[in-house]
Write a protein that binds this ligand. Structure first.
Ligand SMILES: [Zn+2]
Length: 104
């Protein structure tokens, strides 16, 4: 019995190199990211979003299917009971920081 070696052609020149539309870098990679969204007065965090991230400027790009899922979540109103966990988030006031600048 002879084994046939099947050559797989890897298409390298077919597609133009993807570039970051923010800084023009081609140093981009796929990753799962988390992002925060305002929903009315609520701040919600979504994890594990498939995205393309620019190594250079850290801009994140979501593809259309990710945006559809995010829109569905938004349409659902980001229901509390569906949340995996909760984060406590410190809130600062810009003007508090300015006011305390004179103290020393
Ligand atoms: Zn970039």
């Amino acid at each position: 019995m002879t084994q046939r070696i099947v050559e797989i052609e890897i298409e390298t020149e077919e597609q133009p190199v993807a570039r970051c539309s923010n800084c023009g870098s081609s140093d981009i990679y796929e990753a799962r990211v988390r992002s925060a969204f305002w929903h009315g007065d609520r701040l919600v965090v979504v994890e594990d979003i498939p995205a393309v991230v620019c190594e250079n400027c850290h801009e994140q790009y979501f593809d259309d299917s990710a945006i559809v899922v995010l829109d569905l979540l938004r349409g659902d109103g980001f229901p509390e009971e569906k949340a995996r966990r909760e984060l406590r988030v410190p809130v600062f006031s810009f003007s508090d920081r300015i006011a305390s600048q004179g103290d020393a």
